[in-house]
Design a binder for this molecule. Structure first.
Ligand code: AMP
Length: 610
């Protein structure tokens, strides 16, 4: 990477923040962090053009945490995010960076969550609030959120807030905060409306843009695979098994800790793998590189910094397990293969939220990146069987088997078994460590979940099928919410976030289609569209949260009535502050008022009149 700042220590952050970063395993600031942190530390306003995946959350969280006064128990920083999901994520990021700051408290607030609970949490005096605009407005109006002591305000994913119709709310909030506050605005794109907001509310902002330098990439075969974080390891091992022309691989991850964890996991699965990170001594690093060159190691899991300048001609594959921060890093990473005139392959894992980053990389490298179809369970099994047959053939050819033939003959006669059955039993024993078939008990095949982009799939569908799909999508997006029961609850330590994460990532249901979640002791209820297709329901049935299979099923009318009436825990407690009849489904992910309950048309809700 080309960021001129090599370490967080150079950034002048407080010792507890540096200690937390080192424990989390961040090795070096990402370009957006190196560019933003000094300005924000100096108290300047900031306009940042950056998408998810660039490390923008830490770019604002770290400098703002640096200035928090822990002796005060009032909101000092407010972050506005377009969705509840992002609010939770950003709040978690603050919490993790502040883990060495005793007395620090961050609170995510969003629509759909019980007001009673939020009011109680607000009274505990969080120093940082991360919220969606509608709910933040509610609290300002009720005077349950006092922003008089606010020193900084961040608008995160401003273009998304605009797209979702929140911009009036955002401006209203800006006008209800002290004019002396520091303001930072982050947006993946800079449409005019966002520039206007920036012009109006930011004072002489520093502008930071992570440049997408265009480069042409040499003859490296590039592919991407859209995959949920939870399935990355499975996807990786499948790819490693079936990729043709595999010799050696370098796998890029973001943190030092991840290099070690992934190396351990791959070793446990029988690969000769090792970590390469900045915590290792120069001598140790050189040894790893030598071993990779010499063939004692086949896989190295590295951070960007540690792999800088790495030149090992036998690297046939570069795997971007975690997406790089910018296109420069991407080009540098994939340049580790295709060396000395050889062919090379680069594979990029993209989480659903990072698809925009993929487009940026494609534009910058001036090459479309093809979708990779993950090998199915059957394809992996076929490959393993073929390798097994080959091994057997080689042993038949080359080894003296007299002793073993006698052993087999003994088994055959003493058990009066058919010779094929004896051979099958031996094959069974031989594959125990590395099964010839992949287990099906782990739910749906990830090769199906990680299918290429939806458009390209439907392009290939015959016309009538396509119409059916479109019809289904329409039903899905215009349908009403219905309550479903899932077999995991408070006693299993499940949180709404776990449940939303699992449903969104593993069944591919966008969070805006996920309604309210009520947690009970041993189960929960969740609102989802009533027109869920069978295959989606089937996937949902098998998904696990906290190791418990969801076994989802719709509630019947009686259960739904009881569900609406029973007292709930935490986030699911009935909202006594709202008029009765408010049991109508709320939209998850946006707390815009004025939207019809149960109608899923993002952005259709009218902006609030002010
Ligand atoms: P963001 O763009 O803020 O959504 O961050 C994307 C991911 O990058 C998150 O998982 C962060 O934990 C991770 N990340 C952010 N900064 C760094 C860093 N300097 N080193 C390693 N990982 C980072």
């Amino acid at each position: 990477m080309t960021s001129p700042i090599e370490s967080f220590a150079e950034l002048d952050l407080r010792a507890p923040l540096l200690a937390a970063l080192s424990e989390i395993g961040y090795e070096t600031p990402s370009p957006i962090q190196a560019a933003c942190i000094p300005h924000l530390l100096a108290g300047q306003d900031l306009l940042g053009e950056a998408q998810t995946g660039t490390g923008k959350t830490a770019a604002f969280a770290l400098p703002l945490l640096d200035r928090i006064d822990l002796s005060l128990k009032n909101p000092q920083v407010l972050v506005l995010t377009p969705t509840r999901e992002l609010a939770i994520q950003v709040a978690e990021a603050f919490q993790s960076y502040a883990k060495k700051m005793p007395g620090f408290h961050v609170l995510p607030i969003y629509g759909g969550q019980s007001m009673v609970v939020q009011l109680r949490q607000l009274s505990r005096g969080p120093q940082v609030i991360v919220g969606t605009p509608g709910r933040v407005m509610d609290h300002i109006e009720r005077k349950s959120l006092n922003l008089d002591g606010l020193t900084a305000l961040v608008l995160d994913e401003a273009d998304e807030m605009l797209r979702m119709g929140f911009i009036d709310d955002v401006e209203w909030i800006l006008e209800h905060t002290p004019p002396t506050r520091q303001t930072a605005l982050f947006s993946a794109t800079m449409p005019d409306a966002i520039r206007r907001v920036a012009h109006r509310y930011l004072r002489e902002p520093r502008e930071v843009k992570i440049k997408a330098s265009t480069t042409t990439v040499a003859a490296i075969r590039q592919k991407f695979c859209q995959i949920a974080v939870a399935h990355k390891l499975d996807a990786l091992t499948r790819i490693l098994e079936v990729e043709e022309d595999f010799d050696a691989a370098i796998i890029f991850v973001r943190t030092k800790t991840a290099t070690v964890e992934l190396a351990d996991k791959l070793e446990a699965r029988g690969y000769s793998a090792a970590a390469l990170n900045g915590d290792m001594t120069q001598q140790l690093r050189e040894r790893v590189v030598e071993q990779l060159k010499g063939g004692q190691l086949d896989i190295v899991i590295a951070t960007d910094v540690a792999a800088r300048g790495l030149d090992v001609p036998r690297i046939s594959h570069v795997i971007n397990y975690d997406i790089p921060y910018d296109t420069e890093a991407y080009v540098h990473r994939i340049g580790r293969t295709g060396r000395a005139g050889r062919a090379g392959s680069a594979i990029l894992f993209v989480a659903p939220r990072e698809m925009r980053m993929l487009k940026v990389i494609e534009r910058a490298t001036r090459q479309p990146i093809e979708a990779l179809q993950l090998p199915s369970r059957e394809a992996v099994a076929d490959k393993r069987v073929a390798a097994f047959r080959q091994q057997v053939a080689e042993v038949l050819e080359a080894e003296d088997l007299t002793f073993f033939t006698d052993v087999v003959a003994g088994i055959e006669s003493s058990h009066k078994a058919d010779i094929h059955d004896v051979a099958a039993a031996l094959a069974f024993l031989a594959q125990r460590e590395r099964p010839l078939q992949l287990p099906t008990s782990t739910g749906p095949d990830i090769a199906r979940l990680a299918a290429p982009r939806a458009e390209s799939r439907s392009d290939r569908e015959p016309r009538e099928n396509r119409e059916k799909i479109l019809e289904r999508r329409r039903e899905f997006s215009e349908g009403h919410l219905q309550r479903y029961r899932i077999e995991v609850g408070r006693n299993q330590q499940a949180t709404p976030k776990d449940i939303v994460g699992a449903i969104a990532n593993e069944a591919g249901i966008e969070s805006r289609y996920i309604g309210q979640i009520n947690l009970y002791e041993d189960y929960s209820t969740v609102e989802l569209p009533s027109a869920l297709p069978h295959d989606v329901l089937d996937t949902l049935r098998r998904i696990r949260v906290k190791q418990h299979q969801l076994n989802i099923r719709p509630l019947d009318a009686d259960e739904a009535k009881r569900d609406a009436a029973r007292p709930r825990f935490g986030a699911g407690r009935p909202d006594k502050t709202k008029p009765a009849g408010n049991a109508a489904p709320k939209r998850y992910g946006s707390d815009k008022r004025g939207s019809t309950p149960g109608s899923f048309k993002p952005g259709k809700a009218k902006p609030r009149n002010r």
